[in-house]
Design a protein around this ligand. Structure first.
Ligand SMILES: [Zn+2]
Length: 167
């Protein structure tokens, strides 16, 4: 008499014998398909210790062997802390007003006049007067490139005047 395949729910004839355990005393009777499936798993685990098989199963089921559960939890706690720090750090960052961007021509003009990026309109006026005196073609006949410098300074001053809304 032919046994039915012992795979749960299978109704095919159990024509293939598969060992239940490594001592080969007991056998399952499977259809070809389920014998092949069983043998695949059998071979896969054949050279593993019980612990290794358990780890593998846990890894497949939980993503990590439960043996390392404490380590995994510590990692997770670190990660949560990192994320929270990141989020709160980010929140602090967002609270700050956006840095006032100095337009390119304005910072170039300040550089031309030898002024720092944070120079006030007063600083600019004082510097312009000093530079204009130094480079004005009428008064700076001895200064090399005075006319060129004066034009550069005046152009820079015009850019800054516009930037500061002065006339
Ligand atoms: Zn079957």
């Amino acid at each position: 008499m032919i046994k039915k395949c012992e795979h749960t729910g299978c109704t095919k004839a159990g024509t293939c014998r598969a060992p239940k355990s490594r001592d080969l005393k007991e056998y399952w009777f499977f259809c070809q398909e389920h014998a092949a499936e069983y043998n695949k798993n059998w071979n896969f685990y054949a050279n593993m210790t019980a612990d290794e098989i358990e780890d593998d199963w846990e890894r497949q089921t939980f993503g990590a062997p439960l043996r390392d559960k404490n380590d995994a939890n510590a990692d997770a706690a670190d990660y949560v802390k990192f994320i929270n720090d990141f989020i709160s750090g980010r929140a602090e960052f967002d609270k700050q007003p956006p840095a006032k961007k100095t337009p390119g021509p304005v910072s170039a003009a300040l550089t031309t006049m030898g002024l720092a990026p944070g120079a006030t309109w007063r600083d600019i006026g004082a510097r312009y007067r000093a530079l204009a005196k130094k480079y004005h073609p009428d008064t700076a006949k001895d200064v090399k490139n005075a006319a060129t410098e004066f034009t550069k300074i005046t152009n820079a001053y015009d850019v800054l005047k516009k930037h500061f809304g002065k006339k």
